[in-house]
Write a protein that binds this ligand. Structure first.
Ligand SMILES: Nc1ncnc2c1ncn2[C@@H]1O[C@H](COP(=O)(O)OP(=O)(O)OP(=O)(O)O)[C@@H](O)[C@H]1O
Ligand SMILES: O=P(O)(O)OC[C@@]1(O)O[C@H](CO)[C@@H](O)[C@@H]1O
Length: 308
């Protein structure tokens, strides 16, 4: 089974505006409520791609209940821990007609040590061949070594570990040799403490992260696609397909889901990386998270160029 962990889920409130102006009354022309948070997005996309997973993490209050209801309605399996106080955050995503996207992400409810222990127990119960995906931010007050703790809880079994998080959360998990990490360019630069300007610098930076413990590294590059460095030392630059961009929120999560779904189907690392880019772009080209049909279509396009 694949388990996604979302420490800090969110209800994404998407507001479509002609133009957003700070300090003024802004009225939207359309709104959407979507269950979100990075791990949850990964589970939703896996579900869209026909792969089962279980959502772990924390939910609280009426927002938490709505997220759980919506996920179950979609057919996603959930095993969240319900917090006794506080409320799961509502993240506001503002989309303007010019294509600019702005995000206002909340801090989220407090998680106490008892809650963290309960999550550790769930992770300790994972079995050989399971996959554990740790994605996204944590609320303030949760120590940055939390992903290290969860990775440690899964140790001793043959669990495939995936971490998609910024430096302070990722680094404590690196000694547990994650199978896959997926930084974007700015996260990768932050991890290495330097700006990466050329392709060679980016590849060199990825190799540095491999020395620190990451096995496979997929660096997402937005409209420029991705760079993939495999555990066998293979390097691959994958161009993103061309298309009309509608919504890039969650495209990084779609990549993680694409990679892992392809691996579940027994594909090579190279094919997984290309499928990841296809899922990321399929997400960017649609209003909602990507569906299987569009992902497969873009994968055929990408693989004609990359895997010939
Ligand atoms: N303009 C675009 N055109 C085509 N594909 C895109 C575009 N923007 C994003 N993508 C696809 O989505 C993938 C992930 O994008 P990006 O690098 O922005 O991830 P991210 O920063 O982790 O995203 P997020 O945090 O919003 O989930 C890219 O590798 C690419 O496949
Ligand atoms: O605050 P975090 O955890 O870094 O990011 C949360 C978030 O922006 O990430 C997802 C898109 O990747 C959204 O569904 C959600 O609102």
């Amino acid at each position: 089974m694949i388990y996604t962990v979302t420490m800090n889920p969110s209800l994404d409130y998407v507001m479509v505006l002609k133009e957003a102006r700070l300090g003024e009354l802004n009225r939207s022309s359309r709104e959407m409520h979507l269950s979100g948070g990075k791990g949850i997005n990964v589970s939703i996309v896996l579900n869209n791609l026909g792969i089962r997973s279980t959502c772990l993490g924390f939910l609280a209050g009426y927002v938490g209940r709505e997220i759980e209801r919506e996920l179950r309605q979609r057919g996603c399996h959930t095993d969240f821990i319900e917090l006794e106080s506080g409320c799961t955050r509502i993240n506001v995503k503002v989309k303007e007609v010019c294509g600019r996207e702005s995000e206002l992400n909340g801090n989220g409810p407090e998680i106490d040590e008892r809650g963290l222990k309960r999550l550790e127990e769930k992770v300790s119960a994972l079995q050989d061949q399971d996959t554990l995906i740790l994605s996204g931010n944590v609320p303030q007050g949760v120590a940055a070594d939390v992903y290290g703790r969860l990775a440690a809880a899964a140790q001793g079994k043959r669990v495939t570990l995936v971490v998609d998080a910024e430096k302070s959360l990722l680094f404590p998990a690196l000694p547990y040799r994650p199978f896959l990490i997926k930084p974007n360019l700015s996260e990768l630069s932050g991890m290495l403490g330097k700006r990466l300007k050329t392709r060679e610098e980016l590849a060199e930076g990825s190799r540095e992260l491999q020395e620190k413990g990451a096995r496979n590294i997929l660096v997402s590059l937005g409209r420029d696609g991705a760079f993939f460095l495999s555990e066998n030392g293979e390097e691959l630059w994958i161009n993103a397909p061309k298309g009309t961009v509608i919504n890039t929120v969650g495209s990084g999560d779609s990549m993680v889901a694409g990679f892992i779904s392809s691996r579940e189907c027994g594909k090579s690392l190279r094919e997984c990386a290309c499928y990841a880019v296809a899922a990321g772009s399929a997400g960017a080209f649609s209003e909602l998270l990507p569906e299987r049909g569009r992902t497969e279509q873009l994968y055929r396009e990408i693989s004609e160029n990359q895997l010939a």
